[in-house]
Design a protein around this ligand. Structure first.
Ligand code: FAD
Length: 418
């Protein structure tokens, strides 16, 4: 069953972090849902069948077959959608970790070319791309395409070719023995495969401010917060970051918010943002760019109330009221598992592949084969990296998709023993 067949009603109160995480997951997974914000105890009793707004059964998820989940975890929702599965095989040809554009592309090519393929994704399918309101520079979509839509199409395509998806599962460790990779998932499940593609992208960077953890989902959001746009009607929204993701988020929020402020440390968006977005931002009357500015404090108890902005030129600080802060600060890769098995990473943790592994023409000491590593192969034969997690990658949807497809070509060569 496709995600689009489900219609979910989600009842909850404003400012609930759990409700936010469910909305975010459903939005990124391209599952249609209706958010019903409960404003009074009477409404809570009548519509959600709970005692009142303070009832700890909230949020409540109501599925179209009548199933009711109270304060569900994302895993329970995934199970209800029929997406939570155990691996069907004892061994695969190809295990792909991460279902962003790189992993999805690898899944389509791997499965369509006859490899028994499994994809392991710890969260929603689509990765960073799934959080984008509209990807406008992806080949073949002249009007742009919402990232979640693109991801859902790719998932559907990969499934039609027989790829297996294990969602809400996280790869935490790897062992590589006698031509096999054995991945251990957070719940202890083992995935055995003859070749592995790591397409785990990057994790959002944080501001590292006191109070930040307690306000996540309660006014402070990592990424472009697609599901939250309609809650920003008439409000002053802050977006931090100077990359395309921040630019897109600002454009999207400007359709709802009265004012959008983009906060950047640098002096101009020109150096970091695509030209088309710079032009659009310039011509949007309700978007301002606060350059050479940083956020130094978050204020709020239970939900974000205000932020403190420091102008780096003058050293002056001011506090501004806001309930919505979106952090589009890029990310860093989480590849501790690779370090644990001696796979070569760069100083920031990105996986080094192919020619970048050679120093003065010499292969790394850990490399055991009598050939150079293939272009997207890591220092562990049969383990490939594609997309944002790879050292030197371009950090674009199309290039992640290209690398996913290319990695599969090298998987074939590796499996053929060439
Ligand atoms: C808001 C936003 C807008 C963007 N807009 C554009 C755009 O318009 N054009 C463009 O070209 N690019 C855009 N980008 C960048 C583009 O989305 C990324 O370059 C692309 O998604 C990278 O793909 P990826 O598959 O390498 O990694 P990701 O998209 O980061 O996907 C990695 C996946 O791996 C999963 N994962 C991580 N660790 C594990 C683990 N241990 N086990 C299992 N799964 C794991 C993650 O949950 C994630 O789903 C945008 C990015 C953002 C955030």
């Amino acid at each position: 069953m496709s995600a689009k067949d489900h219609i979910i009603k989600l009842y909850g109160t404003r400012g609930s972090a759990t409700a936010y995480s469910i909305r975010d997951f459903l939005q990124r997974s391209d599952v249609p849902f209706q958010w019903i914000e409960l404003a009074s105890d009477e409404q809570a009793r009548a519509e959600a069948s709970v005692a009142g707004l303070a009832d700890d059964k909230l949020p409540v998820c109501l599925f179209d077959d009548g199933t009711r989940l109270e304060r569900p975890t994302l895993r329970q929702i995934t199970e209800k959608l029929g997406w939570f599965r155990n691996p069907s095989r004892a061994e695969y040809d190809l295990a792909i970790y991460g279902a962003g554009p790189a992993g999805l592309s690898a899944a389509v090519y791997g499965a369509s070319e006859g490899l028994k393929t499994v994809v392991i994704e710890r969260s929603a399918i689509g990765g960073q791309a799934g959080t984008s309101s509209r990807i406008e520079n992806y080949l073949g979509f002249p009007d742009g395409i919402p990232g979640a839509d693109l991801a859902e199409r790719a998932r559907d395509q990969a499934c039609r070719f027989g790829a297996e998806f294990l969602v809400m599962r996280e790869g935490v460790r790897g062992e590589f023995v006698a031509g096999k990779g054995i991945g251990t998932l957070a719940d202890g499940t083992k995935i055995v495969a003859r070749a592995t593609i790591c397409a785990t992208g990057v994790n959002y960077r944080r501001l590292n401010l006191p109070n930040e953890d307690s306000l996540v989902g309660l006014g402070v959001y990592y990424g472009a917060g697609m599901s939250e746009a309609s809650f920003c009607k008439g409000q002053h929204v802050f977006v931090v970051g100077g990359g395309n993701s921040a630019g897109q988020a600002a454009m999207h929020f400007s359709q709802y918010a009265s004012q959008v402020s983009i906060v950047i440390r640098g002096d101009s968006l020109r150096k970091t943002l695509s030209e088309y977005l710079v032009d659009r931002i310039r011509s949007s009357p309700n978007i301002e760019v606060l350059s050479q500015t940083e956020i130094t404090a978050l204020d709020g108890n239970g939900s974000l109330r205000a932020i403190t902005l420091k102008d780096k030129r003058t050293g002056e600080s001011r506090t501004v009221d806001t309930n919505h802060l979106f952090l589009c600060l890029g990310g860093s890769p989480h590849t501790q598992w690779a370090q644990d098995v001696g796979i070569v990473r760069d100083e920031e943790g990105y996986l080094v592949t192919g020619p970048d592994l050679l120093k003065d023409g010499k292969r790394p000491p850990i490399w055991v084969l009598d050939r150079d590593p293939y272009y997207l192969e890591t220092s562990m034969p049969g383990v490939f990296a594609a997309g944002d997690v790879r050292h030197g990658s371009v950090k674009r949807c199309a290039s992640a998709v290209g690398e996913g497809a290319m990695a599969v070509a090298f998987v074939h060569r590796y499996l053929a023993g060439a």
